[in-house]
Design a protein around this ligand. Sequence first.
Ligand SMILES: Nc1ncnc2c1ncn2[C@@H]1O[C@H](COP(=O)(O)OP(=O)(O)OP(=O)(O)O)[C@@H](O)[C@H]1O
Ligand SMILES: [Mg+2]
Length: 684
Amino acid sequence: MIIADNNEFYRRVLGDFFREEGFEVRVASDGIEALEMIKQRRPDLLLLDLIMPRLDGARLSAFLKGQEAFRDIPIIILSGILADEIDGVEEIRADAYIAKMPLEQIQDTLKDVARKLVDGLRDVRPILSGFEKMYRREVVLELLEERRSAQVTLDSLSEGIVEVSQDRRVLVANRAMERITGQPASAMIALPLDELFPESRPVLKGLFEDVGRGQHVAAGVIRQGGRELQIKLHRLEPDAPHPTEGSDADDAACASLGPGSGVRQAVRRAARTTSKVRLDAAAQCIGYTLLVEDITERVKAEREREQLRSRLAQSEKMSAIGLFVAGAAHELNNPLTSVLGYAQLLLQGEKGHEVRKELEKIAAGASRCKKILENLMAFARSNRPAKVAVDFNALLMESLGGYGDRLRDAGIELSLELATDLPATLADPLQILQAFNSIVDNAHKAMTGFPGRRLLSVASKVSGSRIVIEIGDTGPGIPHESLGKIFEPFFTTRQVGQGAGLGLSVAYGMVTAHAGRVGVRNQANGGAIVTLEFPIIARDETAPAAAAPRAGEVSRAAPAERRILIVDDEAIVQELLVDILERDALRIDTASNGLEGLRRIGEKDYDLIILDLRMPDMTGQQMYEELARSRPEMLGRLLFITADTVTPEVDHFLKSVGSPCLTKPFAVDMVMQRVESILSHARV
Ligand SMILES: Nc1ncnc2c1ncn2[C@@H]1O[C@H](COP(=O)(O)OP(=O)(O)OP(=O)(O)O)[C@@H](O)[C@H]1O
Ligand SMILES: [Mg+2]
């Protein structure tokens, strides 16, 4: 047989007793252990204590009786309270229930019942024995035991549980509650609940009002000591009064047995008299329980996930806009190049005053478009940042210096908090300065005329492996609905002519080209603050050494004989370049793709090859690779033209070859300058 009891004394006494009776006895200290033993070797008899930790006798019995393989094992339940007081004796389905009393008083019963059951003499009705003689002390002990096991359960929960009296004082608090409040349970007893959560009195008051209006549960979130706690307040109501309830508790000892007997009620009454919360059937509410869950980490994680989600969505949106902008800029570039180029060319000749004026207007309009296109391409990260060691503090000071007068005129004070240990990092100083300027310009505009103290706060610091710059203002801040759009090109809230909506998009493009991040939020004081983050790069590990010009290998050519090959698929660009360069008495050939270009190079020697990167059939890059293989001496005579360098491949390619490059749309004098520079090398 197996005896399962959490009380070691009972295990030993009962074990010895049954061994003397000729049983082979195994003992277990709870239901789980007993179940393991049963699975190992099936016993002929099970003696279970009703109340045990983990798995109690009632549930183990119910489980075994529901299993085909174990159904036939006879089960005796030993209990200090009558088994049918525990809900559902029908489900427990033990074969016998024997009241727990000093052994000498029940040993005969135990022996008889055990023998009967082992011999298979079972009745359909369970055997009940000894309850009429049950000691009150045993009942109390058993209830205490039950309470202790309930406490074990409560303490094992991660949620805090507090039992609260009608007048809102703490009666019981579990272990989790000690962790949450930082107080031992003993110190919480009798404390008004308000004092347990002093920061959240109004919320608690609201919850009590909710349950006071008849609601059974009320829930809310409170803050306490920097933690966020979700609380649920339950109202405890008395059970419906039992028909026979009301007689004296001492009846328990003499009540008769049988289905629906008075013992059930008697034991129930006994239980009530030991319980902290006394039932008062007349009262509507007998107290409360409060369930407290620390959701600080969950809320934090959720918030972080939300931020990550919106950052991802934002960066996806920005890169989609970037692609669109880069494509549009590319398409506009060629026609604009010819408008600007021809306007400038025409201006170089002899013209009448009127014509000149009109040409100047065309050139000025085209220049403005060029500026916008440049900004758009900067947003689309098409301008490769240079890499030189840069002191960000110095750049901030330079930017603020440039705005000095304007800030002063607008009554703006300056607060500087620059880290003294800011390391130099590789970056493009012009781009960084432009980004700073855009942000300072916005802050200046936001505060100009805005009431109250006007303060521009600029701070720099090192955070991990990044440099963090913060530029904050005391202007009106940015409306919530605009926050997600301010980096988009052309988003502006300014009057026509006051702003193009390109400042922040250019800053965005430049910062991201530096593998940095830029974000804007509103501060508690209402103003906006822009945060820029840049990785600290000590030296350039990516760019290979630039190809040195191979001037020495280039054959000398008399100035008049200098030949240029233009390889570009866009006829309009080809023509413009021819028109620009022919004036300088240079001899020019053209090709509209890489293959044709190579054929021409095979036929003639050129001093300069102007090479577009994006072309059908053979791209500029492929042509470069072919030349590197077959005519390496030509590599020093290349001048690339590109509409943009948005794709990382092109960007990487240009960095790796180190040849000069013209970005479309180009100004006439810029073309001449580059061409001269290469030809002068060739003449050495
Ligand atoms: N510090 C700030 N305070 C309040 N609003 C701002 C601030 N910075 C930017 N904004 C808002 O963001 C919009 C976009 O700014 P952005 O710099 O890109 O363009 P812009 O200033 O309107 O024009 P541009 O910079 O091309 O002259 C602004 O029109 C403004 O509404
Ligand atoms: Mg701006």
